[in-house]
Ligand binder design. Structure first.
Ligand code: KG4
Ligand code: ZN
Length: 350
């Protein structure tokens, strides 16, 4: 972690859109001064997924402590800050309200400018962090970005740090949602993506022939058929006894084959998007971008296509507040800050 200098622009980021309570301080939209994440995974794992009411309550309990720790860890005080950036959507409304209400209170008490950040733009903004493998910067734009999270699978063309155009999106489940559902079917626990990836290590990606769904000639995704194919395969293996447990080896093969199908589908459409807009730069974002197989396959394809791949480290792909601070840094440079009217929104306005 770096320590701040006086001339630096420091932005505090706050993220509470789902089940991570996070705060971070970032210098000049690139350097991480501090980053604190209190994960609620263990609590929600008991229920097999995020329970919105519990998530909001936990954010309420944890947020002020997490913010204070982010400031203390960086040796930063309120008067050092140029902005307070907070995720205001999309996400769970109750969870978003906790972060936004706290950010408004900090803004009212300290006078530090407030800025609401779109969670998906924040995921994209993670690519500008100095710790990335080839950090993105203005001279690399326009670039294509694959945003693959629990709620979204989007392909976008980034023309400017805060501005992008949608090239393709999922028609049904998001990639992360597909991983989470697969983990439930295979009884691997929550969160599903890392659990499926871990189980897949002992399996063969060729053991089962799952589809690589295509939506006509578009860049859109559809993962619900793949999920159904996995369910059908499990039912077939179980035979007459739908409670029958599958052996570890079969579960590993199913996980590896499923992961390969999701990754192949993401890689195919992503490289098609890169070709379609003749991009020379590809960025990746969202929790699924932490997936090792996806990262490796994109690296191979980009090397062959002469495209530069920009990759945030896995901990900046899953939810964090560094990306919110970076997103806020860019917004504050180009528009008026928000005020106490700042609202939250649950879904992306399309
Ligand atoms: O971006 P994120 O942390 O939260 C949302 O904005 O949704 O993404 C969470 C999603 C979950 O569905 C999780 O299972 C998936 O990302 N995920 C992964 C991996 N790590 C997290 N999927 C595949 N492989 C991983 N290593
Ligand atoms: Zn996210």
């Amino acid at each position: 972690m770096n320590s701040p200098r006086k001339s630096d622009q420091l932005v505090l980021g706050i993220e509470t859109s789902c089940d991570e309570t996070a705060a971070a301080v970032v210098r000049n939209g690139r350097d991480i001064i501090s980053s604190i994440i209190a994960s609620q995974d263990q609590i929600h794992a008991l229920f097999g997924g995020v329970v919105p009411e519990i998530a909001s309550r936990k954010h309420t309990e944890l947020l002020t402590m997490v913010v204070q720790r982010a400031l203390d860890a960086g040796g930063v005080s309120w008067e050092d800050l140029a902005g307070i950036a907070v995720t205001n959507g999309p996400g769970l409304i109750g969870s978003l309200l906790v972060g936004v209400s706290a950010a408004k209170a900090y803004h009212a008490a300290t006078g530090v400018p407030l800025v609401g950040v779109n969670h998906l733009q924040a995921h994209v903004a993670a690519n500008f962090a100095a710790v990335c493998d080839k950090p993105l910067s203005a001279e690399h734009l326009p670039a294509v970005c694959l945003i693959a999270s629990g709620g979204h699978s989007d392909l976008v063309r980034i023309s400017h740090a805060t501005d992008y155009e949608l090239l393709g999106a999922t028609r049904d489940d998001a990639a992360g949602e597909a991983f989470d559902k697969a983990a439930r079917v295979l009884k691997l626990g929550y969160p599903g993506g890392p659990a499926v990836a871990a189980a897949a290590e002992a399996g063969s990606p060729e053991a089962f022939d799952f589809p690589r769904p295509k939506v006509g000639a578009s860049l859109d995704f559809s993962f619900s058929g793949l999920k159904t194919a996995l369910i059908r395969q499990v039912e077939q293996l179980q035979g007459d006894d739908d409670e029958a447990a599958l052996d570890d080896h079969t579960v590993a093969d199913l996980a590896a084959s499923f992961q390969a199908a999701v990754v192949d589908t993401l890689v195919r459409n992503t490289m098609a998007a890169v070709a379609q807009v003749a991009a020379k730069h590809l960025a990746i974002a969202g929790g699924v971008a932490a997936n090792q197989l996806l990262r490796e396959k994109l690296e191979q394809k980009c090397a062959r296509a002469g495209v530069m791949l920009h990759r945030p480290p896995p901990e900046l792909c899953t939810d964090n507040a560094v990306m919110v601070a970076i997103g806020g840094h860019f917004l504050l440079a180009e528009r008026e800050p928000d005020n106490l009217d700042l609202d939250v929104f649950s879904a992306m306005p399309r």
